[in-house]
Write a protein that binds this ligand. Structure first.
Ligand SMILES: Cc1ncc(COP(=O)(O)O)c(C=O)c1O
Length: 356
C-alpha cells in the first residue's frame, strides 16, 4: 500500500493522521478536446476524473473516507452514523467502504426529489447492509441524529452530511497534491480555474486549501447545489481552518497563512436541492454527446453549466479544469436485485409514488 502524497510532502504527519487506502491514484486527467471544438471559444478545458476513484464505487466521497474511516477505526468506533437525502451518494459510499472495513453504518435519510437514481441508491444502501432511518426532514435530523440517538447509541462516529469535516477534507488536500504532480509531469497545464460542485462544501474546501499549500495560482470556483444553509463561504473557511489545525502538526506548515481566494457561485442552484435545471440538463447532454462523459443533474451538471457559461462569456484561452465528482460505476443491476419490500416499510410509499 503506497503512502498518500500528503505524508510524502509533510512527513511529520505520517503515523500521526490515520489513513487507509481506498482510492486508485492518480485519477486520470484529460483534455476535453471535442467539447472545446463544439464550443469554439478557444478555451482549453480539462477534466479530473474522480468518477474513477474506485472500481467498487467512485466519486468524491471515497477520498474523504480514506481519512474518515481510518479516524473512526483509530478511535475504536463500531459504527459510523451519517445523514443525507434519500439518494445520498455520500451515505452509499460510506455504507460500502465502512462495511468493508468492519464498521456498522446507520443512515439518517431525508426527503428529496425522487428519481430512479435516488431510489436505486436507497436500495443499494440496504444491499450493502446499512441500517436505514427515515427521518424525513431537518427537524427529524435535529431530533434523532443530533440529539436523541446520541444518548442511546454507543461507540458511534457521528459524521456530518457529505463527510465534510476537517478530517474528511484532507482527502481533497491530498487530491490537489496529486493534481500538482500531474501538472509537473506535463499531463495538464496549470488551470486558471477549477470548477467543482459545492454541496456540503468539503470537496471545494479541500481543493482550495490544497491549491494554496502547493502554490498553484488557480482560483477555485464552487457551484452551490444545496440550500444556502449548507453551503456558505463561511463554512468553507471554517473547514479549512479546522483542517489547517491538523496539518500544522507538520513543522513545514507552522507558519502557513491561508488567504481566501475561492468563489462560491449561487445562481445555478435552481432553488431546490435535486431540482433539474435547463442549463444543468443541457450541460449533461453536451458533454455526453461530445465526450461520452456521463454526469448527473444534481451536482456535476450544474457545475459544468457554470463552467460553460463562463467560457461563453469570457472567451478566455486560459486552461480551465472541471473536477468530476460523480461515481461512474454502474450499480443499477445490483440495485435491481433488491425488492423495495425488503426495506423498512416506511420507505415503501417512495417506490409506489410517481418517479420523475
Ligand atoms: C456527485 C457529487 N458531487 C459533488 C458533491 C458535493 O461534495 P461536497 O458535499 O463535498 O460539497 C456530492 C455530494 O454528495 C456528490 O454526490
Amino acid at each position: 500500500m503506497s503512502q498518500p502524497l500528503l505524508f510524502e510532502e509533510f512527513s511529520d504527519l505520517d503515523g500521526v493522521i490515520p489513513w487507509i487506502s481506498l482510492v486508485n491514484t492518480p485519477t486520470p486527467v484529460k483534455n476535453l478536446e471535442k467539447l472545446e471544438n463544439h464550443l469554439k471559444t478557444g478555451t482549453s478545458i480539462w477534466i479530473k476524473q474522480d468518477n474513477l476513484t474506485s472500481a467498487t464505487y467512485g466519486g468524491n466521497k471515497v477520498r474523504k473516507l480514506e481519512f474518515l474511516i481510518a479516524d473512526a477505526l483509530e478511535k475504536e468506533k463500531e459504527t459510523i452514523a451519517t445523514l443525507g437525502g434519500i439518494g445520498t451518494n455520500h451515505g452509499l459510499a460510506t455504507a460500502i467502504f465502512a462495511k468493508e472495513k468492519g464498521l456498522n453504518v446507520v443512515l439518517y435519510l431525508i426527503n428529496q426529489p425522487l428519481s430512479k437514481h435516488v431510489l436505486d441508491n436507497l436500495k443499494l444502501d440496504f444491499y450493502y447492509g446499512a441500517e436505514l432511518k427515515y427521518v424525513k426532514n431537518y427537524l427529524g435530523v435535529g431530533l434523532n441524529f443530533y440529539f436523541l440517538d446520541r444518548l442511546k447509541r454507543k461507540r458511534v462516529y457521528w459524521l456530518p452530511a457529505g463527510g465534510s469535516t476537517p478530517i474528511g477534507i484532507l482527502g481533497y488536500v491530498n487530491a490537489v497534491l496529486e493534481l500538482k504532480q500531474q501538472i509537473e509531469e506535463g499531463k495538464l497545464p496549470e488551470p486558471e480555474q477549477i470548477y467543482v460542485a459545492a454541496g456540503t462544501t468539503g470537496t471545494m474546501a479541500g481543493i482550495e486549501l490544497g491549491v494554496q499549500l502547493t502554490n498553484l495560482q488557480t482560483q477555485v470556483i464552487g457551484i452551490r447545489v444545496t440550500d444556502k444553509m449548507a453551503a456558505t463561504g463561511r463554512k468553507v473557511k471554517s473547514l479549512i481552518k479546522g483542517a489547517l489545525k491538523i496539518l500544522q502538526k507538520d513543522s513545514k506548515l507552522r507558519k502557513f497563512q491561508y488567504k481566501p481566494k475561492f468563489k462560491l457561485i449561487d445562481h445555478f442552484f435552481g432553488g431546490k436541492y435535486g431540482r433539474v435545471t435547463p442549463e444543468g440538463l443541457e450541460a449533461v447532454e453536451i458533454v455526453k454527446k461530445t465526450e461520452g462523459v456521463m454526469l448527473e443533474t444534481t451536482y456535476t451538471g450544474k457545475t459544468l453549466a457554470a463552467l460553460l457559461a463562463y467560457v461563453e462569456e469570457a472567451k478566455t484561452n486560459a486552461p480551465i479544469l472541471f473536477w468530476n465528482t460523480y461515481n461512474s460505476v454502474d450499480l443499477s443491476s445490483v440495485a435491481d436485485q433488491v425488492n423495495y419490500q425488503q426495506l423498512p416499510s416506511e420507505f415503501y410509499h417512495l417506490f409506489e409514488d410517481k418517479v420523475e
